[in-house]
Design a protein around this ligand. Structure first.
Ligand SMILES: C[S@@+](CC[C@H](N)C(=O)[O-])C[C@H]1O[C@@H](n2cnc3c(N)ncnc32)[C@H](O)[C@@H]1O
Length: 206
């Protein structure tokens, strides 16, 4: 049992975490935090539909809790697999990496059991360095949003021959993403809110 004084000191020291907890308990919007909105999901679905028939997997960088992964898996009408890559380094609920990964595996359990989804619990750089599969039909980048990481993830997606490459958080408030995308694909992406996509077929602009 700790004293009230010690409890107060602990509360002060962990104030950001406590605020997060209070926000979490009261704000239903947190279910969407860090994830794609409906309009962005529509663009992603378009990419999934347009790459139907390509044999390579869909690769998602940044699983978070698997919300977008589950949608991707439910949209895939052919035999394609979804490989989702996450090093479980960040989540908006303040979970430690082990709890984060365990929760994500529970969310994705039906797809993990059927084999449609595979989780690669590692950083995207390590994942791409070891990737030996067929050229992906789609790579969607929503992991580390720093310029260096996004630039590297796009380069790796090109290197493994992805037919369509896209990502999330192309926004002035996240300049590293904008810079990396524009360096790789100057003025050549289709966008919906902060989602971007390169390689969509002619006439797919939204
Ligand atoms: C914004 S969230 C992804 C949101 C998810 N795509 C969705 O729509 O729900 C970013 C995720 O990327 C992961 N992440 C951060 N850096 C990473 C890296 N270098 N490699 C793989 N995953 C990373 C974090 O752990 C976090 O789960």
């Amino acid at each position: 049992m700790i004293s009230r004084w010690e409890a107060l000191k602990l509360a002060l020291r962990h104030r950001p975490l406590l605020s997060q907890l209070v926000e979490f308990r009261h704000n239903p919007g947190l279910a969407w935090k860090g994830s794609l909105n409906e309009s962005e999901l529509e663009l992603l679905k378009r990419a999934v539909d347009q790459t139907a028939g390509l044999p390579g997997p869909i690769i998602e960088i940044g699983t978070l809790f698997g919300f977008t992964t589950a949608l991707l898996a439910s949209w895939v009408a052919d035999g394609r697999k979804v490989i989702t890559v996450d090093n479980f380094s960040w989540n908006p609920w303040g979970l430690v990496p082990e709890a984060h990964q365990a929760l994500t595996r529970r969310v994705l359990a039906p797809f993990l059991r059927s084999g449609r989804v595979e989780i690669a619990a590692q950083g995207s750089a390590e994942f791409f360095a070891a990737y030996a599969g067929p050229p992906p039909s789609l790579v969607f980048i929503d992991g580390d949003h720093s310029y260096a990481a996004v630039h590297r993830d796009i380069a790796a997606a090109k290197q493994v021959g992805a037919a369509v490459i896209g990502g999330h958080d192309y926004a002035p408030t996240i300049p590293g993403v904008v810079r990396a995308v524009e360096e790789h694909f100057p003025n050549a992406t289709v966008r919906r809110d902060t989602a971007w996509m390169w390689g969509l077929a002619e006439g797919a602009a939204v």
